[in-house]
Design a protein around this ligand. Structure first.
Ligand code: F6P
Length: 363
């Protein structure tokens, strides 16, 4: 039997378990491959003794409806830029990919399926270039990976955000308030944009369109002047004013990406400082957007990605990322997929349609 290693890296995301199940089921049909899962991305397989689990149809049964990942995950300890503590207490950033690939080969792994976002796929590409046969599966609620119509997890996050938005409209209308709802998304405004359209927001602020505070105030005041005494705003965590910067907090040890969050409070302060005379409340949805069971769309896309990823392994087509492109399940070179970030196009159909419905982007 050949040995396949499956890894889930980066933030947890609804649909990860459905991918694992899809891979395992299809591999069982092939009769030629054993599937192993590494706990907490590649950390598990590199430990001594390794923390890995043989996956089969029994231990993956029914997991497609469960959120998170049965293998656990981490966004620390990136093997490409690993922070190694030195004897003198200093930290040296080292590339552990050659060590990882040599270790996997020594342990008898013939191929890897790496399920993760852009950071994880950067790791996939580096492993592939170092001689490991790798297939990638695009995961993230942010939908910020290029070369795929959607990553799995995104639609679930949008549904959760929309449900929350609908609830906040009730309070906004009853109390004549300005309700600011902050959603995730890193440097892309996809979750905010979809939620604003689905929920019917008055204002949607996204990283791709830095906002002019004066415009935001003008829009809110005109709503109150019209007698419609409440405003619902959706703001993406990476949004910022034209002359401002992103709202972030101190990084954690071993973590490379900046930790975003709290821009709802920044905007609230800015509005008060600009003299807006209204009751303002802030809601930061945070990790609720990544939690719980995936909606049907994400279960489908994740399951198909899992099966397709294994079929790429069978075909020996490595260095590829399974994608949904123009509504077709196919694959693209990982290198191509990570070469560009998937930003919202401010001139694109969705933003223009939102503007056509009167949603302000503060520009
Ligand atoms: O990439 C997914 C994501 O949820 C982003 O939207 C967010 O900025 C980040 O991860 C949060 O990371 P953590 O769970 O480490 O706080």
């Amino acid at each position: 039997m050949k040995k396949l290693l499956v890894s889930t890296g980066g933030g947890d995301c609804p649909g990860l378990n459905a991918v694992i199940r899809g891979i395992t089921k299809r591999a069982a049909q092939s009769g030629e491959w054993e599937v192993w899962g590494s706990f907490e991305a590649f950390n598990g397989v590199m430990e001594n003794p390794p923390r890995i689990l043989k996956l089969d149809e029994q231990n993956t049964a029914g997991i497609h409806v469960i959120g998170g990942t049965m293998l656990g995950t981490t966004n620390k300890g990136n093997p490409l830029r690993f922070s190694a503590k030195q004897a003198d207490g200093s930290v040296k950033v080292i590339n552990k990919i050659p060590e990882l690939v040599a270790d996997l080969k020594k342990k008898g792994f013939d191929a890897v399926i790496n399920i993760g976002g852009d950071g994880s796929q950067e790791i996939s590409q580096a492993m592939f270039e170092a001689g490991m046969p790798v297939v990638g599966v695009p995961k993230t609620i942010d939908n910020d990976l290029s070369s795929t119509d959607f990553t799995f997890g995104f639609q679930t996050a949008v549904q959760i955000a929309t449900d929350s938005f609908d609830r906040l409209v009730t309070t906004a209308a009853s109390h004549h308030r300005v309700m600011i709802m902050e959603v995730m998304g890193r440097n892309a405004g996809w979750i905010a944009l979809y939620t604003a359209i689905a929920g019917g927001a008055e204002i949607c602020l996204i990283p791709e369109i830095p906002y002019d505070l004066k415009e935001v105030v003008k829009r809110i005041e005109s709503r109150y002047a019209n007698g419609r005494g409440f405003v619902n705003i959706v703001i993406a965590e990476g949004a910022h004013a034209e002359e401002g910067t992103v709202t972030s907090s101190q990084g954690e040890e071993g973590r490379i990406a900046v930790r975003l969050g709290g821009v709802a409070y920044t905007l609230s302060e800015q509005l008060k400082a600009a003299g807006l005379d209204a009751d303002i409340r802030e809601t930061v949805l945070g990790h609720t957007q990544r939690g719980g069971t995936p909606i049907a769309f994400d279960r489908v896309i994740a399951s198909v990605f899992g099966v397709k990823a294994f079929e790429l392994v069978l075909e020996g087509k490595f260095g590829e990322l399974v994608v949904l492109l123009n509504n077709e399940y196919t694959s693209v070179p990982i290198k191509k997929a990570i070469s560009a970030y998937n930003y919202v196009d401010p001139k694109g159909t969705l933003v223009q349609a939102a503007k056509g419905m009167g949603i302000s982007f503060g520009d």
